[in-house]
Write a protein that binds this ligand. Structure first.
Ligand SMILES: Nc1ncnc2c1ncn2[C@@H]1O[C@H](COP(=O)(O)OP(=O)(O)OP(=O)(O)O)[C@@H](O)[C@H]1O
Length: 298
């Protein structure tokens, strides 16, 4: 087996509420056992992650490996996008939707370490929202509001906080007047949410755009049109299977360039706050080299 020479592992200690630290311990030991020279940087912020990735590329390391979740991966995309230094992923976040979409191991740190050590990279698409790169999904509307509300809460912890934010937002939410343009085709109307996806899921397996593929050079768009709260609650469980897209109140679109506008609506990408709409989202085919990519679709 050919083994990768020198890699830098960036550990996000916040990811997965501490899970990344445990994953890092096991995965790094396995990489070293395989003969990889591993330099470890525990990063204190997303900015620190970006800087450490830039330093690794400048130092001609063979790969930048992120031990964290989708947010920590997003932090290194400005450095790695468009280049040849591959990203390695040791899934240590709560959701790990990017790793899932690439078919990388998300529950087995030793298996993830072996994928990195093998050193075989494939290229996948990324998206851009404005000037910012993303790997998974841009969310705007109800789901982004839940995210926004959850980030402002300090209690309860974990999954419960998500559900508490969801219920609170549901009580307050009104449909939003969106304008959506996909490759020049415009659609105006009230909607609960719009998601623009490079890969199929967000939030740890919620398959909001279930047919999105990371290597098709296209973005998938899911629009949940204006529906009652009761219908929205009923729709929610089907997002886990992706069956919601079969319902008449859900529209799906596909294209290379998506323009979104809706007054006062905040966009999120890779679970991180981007800012208020309007925004232009584009697909950038083959822009990221990833170790072990090419195993799965999503
Ligand atoms: N390299 C980094 N080092 C430290 N903190 C980071 C880094 N990258 C991002 N962060 C911050 O840590 C938070 C959590 O990061 P991350 O997304 O990696 O884990 P997660 O939220 O548990 O996983 P997921 O996004 O897959 O659900 C981010 O919202 C961001 O504020």
């Amino acid at each position: 087996m050919r083994v990768l020479g020198h890699v830098t592992v960036l550990v996000n200690p916040l990811a997965g509420r501490g899970r990344a630290r445990r994953v890092a311990g096991r995965a790094i030991a396995e990489m070293r056992r395989c003969g990889v020279d591993v330099q470890v940087v525990v990063t204190g912020s997303a900015e620190h992650g970006t800087q450490a990735a830039a330093a690794a590329v400048a130092a001609a390391r063979d790969a930048v490996v992120v031990c964290g979740g989708d947010g920590a991966i997003a932090a290194v995309l400005p450095v790695l996008a468009g280049g040849t230094v591959p990203l390695g992923v040791l899934a240590g976040g709560s959701g790990n939707d990017f790793a899932r979409a690439l078919g990388l191991p998300v529950r087995d740190p030793v298996a993830a370490a072996r994928v990195v050590a093998r050193g075989v990279a494939g290229r996948v698409d990324l998206g851009r929202i404005g000037e910012r790169w993303f790997g998974t999904v841009v969310a705007a509307g109800f789901d982004a509001r839940v995210n926004e509300r959850m980030n402002a809460m300090t209690w309860p912890r974990g999954r419960l906080r998500y559900h508490a934010a969801l219920i609170a937002e549901l009580a307050a939410f009104r449909p939003l007047p969106f304008s959506i343009e996909v490759d020049g085709q415009r659609l105006d109307g009230d909607a609960m949410l719009v998601a623009v996806a490079n890969t199929g899921s967000y939030g740890g397996g919620m398959r909001i755009c279930p047919d999105a593929r990371v290597d098709d050079a296209l973005l998938d768009v899911t629009v949940v049109t204006s529906i009652s709260r009761v219908k929205l609650v009923r729709l929610f469980p089907s997002v886990y299977s992706g069956r919601h897209v079969r319902r008449p109140e859900v529209l799906t679109l596909r294209g290379r360039c998506v323009r979104l506008s809706a007054p006062g609506v905040i966009a999120y990408a890779d679970g991180e706050r981007v800012g208020p709409l309007p925004a232009t989202v584009t697909a950038v085919p083959g822009s990221l080299a990833v170790l072990g990519a090419g195993g799965a679709g999503g």
